[in-house]
Design a protein around this ligand. Structure first.
Ligand code: UDP
Length: 432
């Protein structure tokens, strides 16, 4: 009862009578990836954007979409309307502060109870749960067991890839592997964001369970909205400045170290822009400090710009201004940054790993290089500067590939179709 009271007071505007709507209603759950928060900082990247842009696009298709996440700050609003028909709902589960995802598991039962209390109070019924990352997957498995709701799950990251062949796993890592196996086997359908991710799930997680490949999508018009000339003027770059761009979180898996080492092998002049990273403490700040030390040791301070997090509104300017965008990840289930740069018409060099092998067709829509190899990466970047005509053609082909395969509206249409198969409207609203 206490739990219910705290949720009621956290959602004072929530209606108490059952919601009568003919719209299909879907609950997307992203416990650690708040869809309404600033991106680029620790724990806030592709998953947040995936959930937000999918939610908004589904709402445009006439669905009611609620995106559930955990409150990380007492000052955060309980409900944020992102677009008509799409809202972020922050539930109280554990202390209202940032908690690294490795420490969140113990708070998940509270999240389940908070979700049930919200649903009971608001009267909102959902046809389906779409869970994101293994933590939300666990929440979804509990709700599925208790309410019989269908569950669709997207992994975003796979524990078995992260831990590799490590023998001695921490307890939380073992828990994660078990939960991921249950998600694949028990969810009604898992969305793999690339064919490569589907293969990895089959090889490393389970041979059972349904998988459907639906890529991530991006707002193509948004990332193509700034001209190169204007972007370079806004960033105060002279016409002959060669700009090399990285965008993303500061995480070892992202391979920023390899990019910095590759840049140390390039002839001047060039500018290396490292976009993203929070200004606070935590693993993200530690990785940023480590990269700064490498930049310093290699004598690249004068040519390296650490921008900090840049908003989605400002990012098109950075992509458009860059001569090349590098995605040097050691593993990437999908890799939104690659398709955002391609949408902007900027040449992309990416590691030949995971979903990057799907979005980029080598030597047709960009170039793939072996991960963790600064020599190869340096040679590929040098080629961009040596042969701009060839790279212009690659960039144009990349832009066309994003338009035809990765627009957020086309991706949302596929997800919506999947929801309708998994939860036909007739099964509606009986569960809660
Ligand atoms: N991003 C951003 N601002 C930043 C850094 C990153 O908005 O300062 C966004 C970027 O545009 C992309 C997402 O964060 O949409 C990162 O997604 P990606 O799939 O590349 O990596 P993930 O974070 O999922 O590992």
């Amino acid at each position: 009862m206490d739990r219910l009271h705290s949720v009621l007071s956290a959602h004072p505007t929530t209606p108490q009578s059952p919601v009568q709507s003919t719209k299909p209603a879907y609950a997307l759950i992203s416990v650690h990836g708040d869809p309404a928060t600033e991106l680029g900082k620790e724990g806030a990247g592709g998953q947040n954007l995936y959930v937000r842009s999918l939610g908004i696009a589904l709402a445009k298709r006439g669905c009611q979409v609620d995106l559930f996440t955990r409150r990380e700050d007492p000052k955060q609003a309980a409900i944020v309307e992102l677009a008509p028909g799409c809202r972020t709902i922050r539930l109280d589960a554990g202390p209202a502060r940032f908690i690294p995802r490795t420490e969140l598991f113990g708070y998940l039962p509270e999240f389940v109870e908070a979700w049930l209390a919200f649903v009971q109070h608001s009267g909102q019924a959902y046809e389906l749960l779409h869970t994101n990352y293994w933590l939300s997957g666990w929440v979804g498995l509990q709700l599925k067991a208790r309410l019989g709701l269908p569950q669709v799950h997207t992994f975003h990251s796979i524990g078995a890839v992260k831990y590799g062949a490590t023998d001695r796993l921490a307890l939380i890592a073992q828990t994660r592997l078990e939960v991921e196996q249950r998600c694949l086997e028990q969810a009604d359908c898992v969305i793999a964001t690339s064919p490569q991710e589907a293969i990895t799930l089959r090889q490393l997680v389970s041979r059972n369970g349904q998988i459907r490949v639906i890529p991530c999508g991006t707002n193509v018009q948004h990332f193509a909205s700034v001209s190169k000339a204007l972007a370079r003027k806004q960033l105060k770059l002279t016409p002959d400045t060669r700009m090399i761009l990285y965008v993303g979180r500061f995480d070892r898996r992202k391979g920023i170290e390899t990019l910095v080492e590759a840049c140390a092998k390039l002839p001047y002049p060039f500018q290396l822009y490292l976009v993203g990273g929070s200004r606070s403490h935590g693993s993200d700040a530690n990785e940023q400090a480590r990269i700064r030390a490498i930049v310093q040791a290699l004598g690249l301070e004068a040519v390296t710009v650490f921008t900090g997090p840049i908003s989605q509104a400002q990012l098109p300017t950075y992509y458009a201004a860059a001569n090349v965008c590098v995605v040097p990840s050691y593993y990437e289930p999908f890799g939104l940054v690659a398709i955002e740069a391609m949408a902007a018409g900027t040449p992309v060099i990416a590691s030949n790993v995971g979903g990057l092998r799907h979005s980029i067709i080598h030597n047709e829509t960009g170039v793939l290089v072996p991960p963790c190899n600064d020599e190869h990466l340096a040679a590929a970047i040098a080629d961009v500067f040596a042969d701009p005509e060839r790279w212009q053609l690659l960039a144009e082909a990349g832009q066309q590939r994003v338009q035809s395969h990765f627009s957020v509206s086309a991706v949302a249409a596929q997800v919506h179709q999947l929801y309708q198969c998994v939860a036909p409207l007739s099964s509606l609203k009986s569960a809660v």
